[in-house]
Ligand binder design. Structure first.
Ligand SMILES: Cc1ncc(COP(=O)(O)O)c(C=O)c1O
Length: 389
């Protein structure tokens, strides 16, 4: 019997070991056969599987209430693995404009391979049935969306998917499994940029896909074929990040609620989207679909124009001007100039994002420090856009 690489000393170390081996010695040809035939769990080559990676997969599967989970190099690798595993020439993919920008680039590749892609606005989600076709094989959505933090009704989209036997994929990066369980709402697969809140410290990149064992097996085939297996050190960091995930998610959501309530009062802020505010257009769906709070992400328009938004961001002292999200530090950016650079300029403003729209990701700093920072930065914004309430 091959020794378990996670218990090399006979009893289990408190911390998941980083197994950096590319390959593993076969103890005999019989062991090789047993591993190859799936009779015993064993490792052969890192691109196939790695014990540190496997450990973190088990943890994320548990968080998402999934039978299994497959972890890979980045969030975009996870999205791409899903597309490549389930779509073929002639299939139809429905996806939403308000989705992380790099998916647009991947959609261009998919179109080159013969996949038909339909992009819908968040408003069109309510009438998604009108856009479903007999060849619709997949509906891919984020909720809350990136960057506008709109909330899509997963159960309603599930119904549309069911009418043609399509797969429903939900990117749960913004909500996190602390606040939302897409599989229980009807998703077939949950996708994550684990680079964000699951890792949580701006120090690793990873992606994750959670679902049934059957899906795991199909996605494993793709990962092994294209070589998107995560390295063991990043898996270790992700595993370590997960130990504090619940605490961080709770703190981010609490801070976000307080910050959103403060921003809602400002005469220099318009169109504020935080799902925890009753004024959010999808608050009722969010209240039904999310739990233990509404996450750490929000978007809002600052002042009148891009210059106002830039002055505001430049004046911030505690909140960092950087992309990414879900980290211990609060991060802010202008999506038009950053995360949406993947889209042609006219497309960037075609579904509600403006040049002065900012996306704020709460960290775990005390909310009063963040409010203080936002207050002094708002004082630097030239234009008021509504009467103070
Ligand atoms: C919602 C969402 N999904 C996927 C991704 C892609 O993740 P990664 O940067 O890890 O490839 C991002 C990145 O910001 C994201 O915000």
């Amino acid at each position: 019997m091959a020794p378990d690489p996670l218990t090399p000393y006979g009893n289990r170390p408190m911390v998941t070991p980083i197994v950096n081996a590319v390959n593993y010695e076969y103890l005999s040809f019989e062991v090789l056969r047993q591993i190859t035939d799936g009779e015993i769990d064993g490792y052969t080559y890192h691109r196939d599987d790695n014990p540190t990676v496997r450990e973190v997969e088990r943890r994320i599967a548990e968080l998402e209430g999934a039978e299994d989970c497959i972890v890979c190099t980045t969030g975009m690798a996870a999205c791409t693995m899903v597309y490549l595993t389930y779509l073929k020439a002639g299939d139809h993919l429905i996806i939403f404009h308000d989705t992380y920008g790099a998916n647009y680039k991947v959609s261009l590749i998919l179109e080159r391979l013969g996949v038909f892609v339909t992009w819908l606005t968040t408003e069109q989600a309510a009438r998604i049935q009108e856009h479903v076709q007999p060849n619709t094989r997949m509906i891919f959505l984020e909720t809350p969306t990136n960057p506008l933090c709109r909330v899509l009704d997963v159960a309603a989209v599930r119904e549309a998917a069911d009418s043609v036997g399509a797969l429903l994929i939900v990117d749960n990066t913004f909500a996190t499994p602390y606040h939302q369980a897409p599989l229980s709402l009807g998703a077939d697969l949950v996708v994550h940029s684990a680079t964000k809140a699951l890792g949580g410290h701006n120090d690793l990149m990873a992606g994750a896909i959670a679902g049934s064992k059957e899906h795991y097996n199909r996605l494993w085939f793709t990962r092994q074929a294209i070589g998107t297996t995560l390295d063991a050190y990043s898996a270790f960091l992700l595993d370590r990040g997960l130990k504090t995930f619940n605490l961080r998610a709770e703190a981010m959501a609490k801070g976000a609620q307080a910050v959103a309530e403060f921003l809602a009062q400002s005469p220099k802020i318009s169109r504020l989207w935080y799902p925890g505010l009753p004024s959010h257009p999808d608050h009722a769906v969010a209240a039904r679909q999310m739990r233990r709070g509404f996450g750490g992400m929000m978007a809002f328009d600052v002042g009148r124009d891009e210059e106002d938004a830039k002055r505001f961001i430049a004046a911030l002292k505690t909140i960092y001007h950087a992309v990414s999200l879900g980290a211990t530090e609060s991060l802010i950016c202008i999506p038009f100039l950053t995360t949406m650079l993947y889209l042609p300029p006219e497309r960037r403003t075609s579904f509600g994002v403006r040049r002065n729209t900012v996306r704020l990701s709460l960290g775990i700093e005390p909310a009063q420090d963040l409010v203080k920072d936002l207050k002094q930065a708002l004082a630097c914004v030239a234009h008021e856009v509504k009467t103070a309430s």
